[in-house]
Design a protein around this ligand. Structure first.
Ligand SMILES: Cc1cc2nc3c(=O)[nH]c(=O)nc-3n(C[C@H](O)[C@H](O)[C@H](O)COP(=O)(O)OP(=O)(O)OC[C@H]3O[C@@H](n4cnc5c(N)ncnc54)[C@H](O)[C@@H]3O)c2cc1C
Length: 249
């Protein structure tokens, strides 16, 4: 079984996001970048499946500017076998990502595509779903447990009402939840070994995909500052304030 894993380079989740003074976007200069957190879970799961003898190859794919290659290198350092970097400068919208991944799937013919349930920068939660539609493959989103049985997947996924268990035929697209596993750290020897693993480079145009954005971002604003809270001395005072001041009860 061959697994393709999509990994996106995003601003590190520990960074306090700042909006540019002119409101045209967010500050990215000299800001720490990392792999999108659920993509770390996707790579970890692929590596675990390979370690269990159920996968033969893991290919990590990233789409983005030159430095996005770092994301593929990290995936290689934790166990992916080889990488693909599709170079696109500027914003790449979910539909363009899905179309590029579709072309890579056509070339690589994986049995599974693993990705994060959403990217923490644009929070779109669309790419996996779009890819499964373009490929006409079954999808399992928000996976928090994956079992492979007789070439079928049994997946537990989070839904608003609780946990749902579904069976999915392979090939399939699976988007991974943070609860799926605990991603491992790359050891120094493995980081060194990863430098020798191959990364194929290509552009969206090489794959025949027009990645021009279709959505125009007009303005980015900070959310309004929250007012400082107050301490109340009794339940009666709390009820009185909720009733008379906040007017919510
Ligand atoms: C574990 C978990 C945690 C979450 N946490 C948050 C959170 O912190 N904040 C947050 O904002 N959201 C959160 N969500 C998401 C949220 O609860 C809903 O799942 C989400 O808003 C549904 O939108 P969707 O885009 O997935 O689309 P869909 O489920 O496709 O629905 C989109 C819209 O389509 C329409 N629609 C869908 N089905 C029908 C139908 N049968 N008939 C008529 N209209 C229909 C409705 O207008 C619906 O709102 C969470 C979800 C999960 C599972």
């Amino acid at each position: 079984m061959k697994i393709l894993v999509a990994v996106k380079r995003v601003i590190d989740y520990n960074v306090q996001i700042r909006v540019k003074e002119d409101g045209t976007g967010i500050v990215t200069d000299n800001v720490k970048m990392s792999t999108n957190p659920p993509d770390d879970n996707a790579i970890e799961e692929a590596v675990k499946i390979k370690e269990a003898g159920k996968a033969t190859e893991i290919v990590a794919v990233t789409i983005g500017e030159e430095k996005a290659q770092e994301t593929v290198r990290k995936a290689l350092a934790v166990g992916a076998d080889r990488g693909i970097h599709v170079k696109v400068d500027g914003v790449v919208e979910p539909l363009a990502v899905a179309k590029i991944l579709q072309k890579i799937v056509d070339k690589e013919k994986p049995d599974l595509v693993f990705m994060g349930k959403q990217a923490i920068d644009d929070d779109c939660n669309q790419t996996g779903q779009m890819l499964s539609a373009l490929l006409n493959w079954p999808q399992a989103t928000f996976a928090s447990k994956i079992d492979i049985k007789d070439n079928k997947l049994e997946i537990i996924r989070e839904i608003d009402e609780g946990l749902e268990t579904i069976k999915v035929n392979v090939p399939a697209v699976v988007t991974c939840d943070l609860r799926l596993n605990e991603p491992r750290y790359a050891s120094l020897p493995n980081i060194m070994k990863a430098k020798k693993k191959p990364i194929d480079q290509m552009t969206a145009a090489d794959l025949g995909v027009d990645a021009t954005p279709r959505v125009q971002q007009i303005k980015v604003e900070e959310p309004p500052k929250r007012k400082a809270g107050i301490k109340v001395s009794s339940v009666a005072e709390l009820v009185q304030k909720l009733k008379n001041e906040a007017k919510v009860i």
